[in-house]
Design a protein. Structure first.
Length: 303
């Protein structure tokens, strides 16, 4: 079976249900509070595993993170390369309003302390053409891009959350960049999504690009043939958007690892991301492959 190598984050998510997300200087009361396994890396690994591929996760948890590792293992993800370090696991504080919109604050914890030996092992396992997936929640992302590219790996980067480090990455070495609207504009310094998309595909013509736009669907650029296009969004009843992007990324990479065409993969990933918004939580909201394909069949006009 083909496999995905994910050098990714693991987090404990503290989720607060609120009527409206707190504004600057405002204190709001929550209707409920729940604790879920999360982190972009964890979510994406589980999504890819549910999409039917073998996933090996490389990362670090603190002394409070053993349940996250157990959760991933139960979902079918390879966890033998997740190390336990002194200190706290990364965590997130998430507000979810009545429309399913969210606001998230992340504390990196041990996600920012992944040892070099773990990184080297990940690159060695993917050497010579395997896919390595990263998010912007871990340490040494720029260095990993260079190491992975030099080893002949295919590099996929989900540039979330975007920060000052993102300006220094060598995107010419990235095979697939996945960004949302705000991330695209932030990394390019452009004032509109259209300008950001055009800048990225002009500046990096050998980099495949997927730019997600929430309910407005997505834009993509495929280096093979120099093809760009758009896809619409699936219609669902939104409860919680937290896991949508990560579910999309996991299903997207699973399809690419299988060798499917980019447009077909994007359609399946979009359906998976849409379904994830219909349930509360992050990792627990990720749908099974059968559910995803049922939605695609029910809404063929979206594809």
């Amino acid at each position: 079976m083909s496999q995905l190598i994910n050098i990714g984050s693991l987090c404990i998510d503290y989720v607060y249900s609120v009527t409206e997300i707190a504004k600057v200087g405002e204190t709001v009361a929550s209707q409920s509070m729940s604790v879920f396994p999360g982190g972009k890396g964890l979510n994406q690994s589980i999504a890819a595993a549910k999409a039917g591929i073998n996933v090996v996760h490389f990362g670090a948890v603190g002394t409070d993170g053993s349940e996250l590792v157990e959760f991933m293992q139960a979902a079918g993800v390879g966890v033998s390369n997740i190390v336990s370090l002194p200190g706290r696991t990364g965590h997130a504080v998430i507000q979810i309003n009545s429309q399913g919109e969210n606001s998230i604050v992340i504390a990196g914890g041990t996600n920012r302390e992944i040892p070099q030996k773990i990184i080297s092992n990940a690159v060695a396992l993917a050497k010579g053409g395997g896919w390595i997936l990263m998010q912007n929640e871990t340490n040494d992302v720029g260095e990993i891009i260079q190491l992975a590219s030099a080893a002949g790996c295919k590099v996929a980067l989900n540039l979330a959350p975007v920060d000052a480090h993102a300006q220094s990455y060598n995107y010419a070495l990235v095979d697939l960049l996945i960004v949302n609207e705000l991330e695209a504009m932030a990394v390019t310094g452009r004032a509109s999504v259209g300008e950001a998309f055009a800048h990225l595909i002009t500046t990096y013509p050998d980099m495949n690009l997927v730019l997600t736009q929430g309910k407005d669907g997505l834009r993509y650029y495929q280096t093979h043939g120099g093809i760009s296009g758009e896809l619409g969004a699936f219609e669902v009843n939104v409860v919680d958007e937290t896991a949508a992007g990560d579910t999309f990324v996991g299903y997207l990479l699973a399809g690419l690892v299988r060798g499917d065409s980019l447009r077909d993969v994007l359609m399946e990933a979009s359906a998976a991301g849409a379904l994830a918004t219909t349930r509360a939580g992050a990792a627990p909201a990720i749908p099974e492959l059968e559910e995803v394909r049922a939605l695609m069949k029910a809404q063929p006009s979206c594809t």
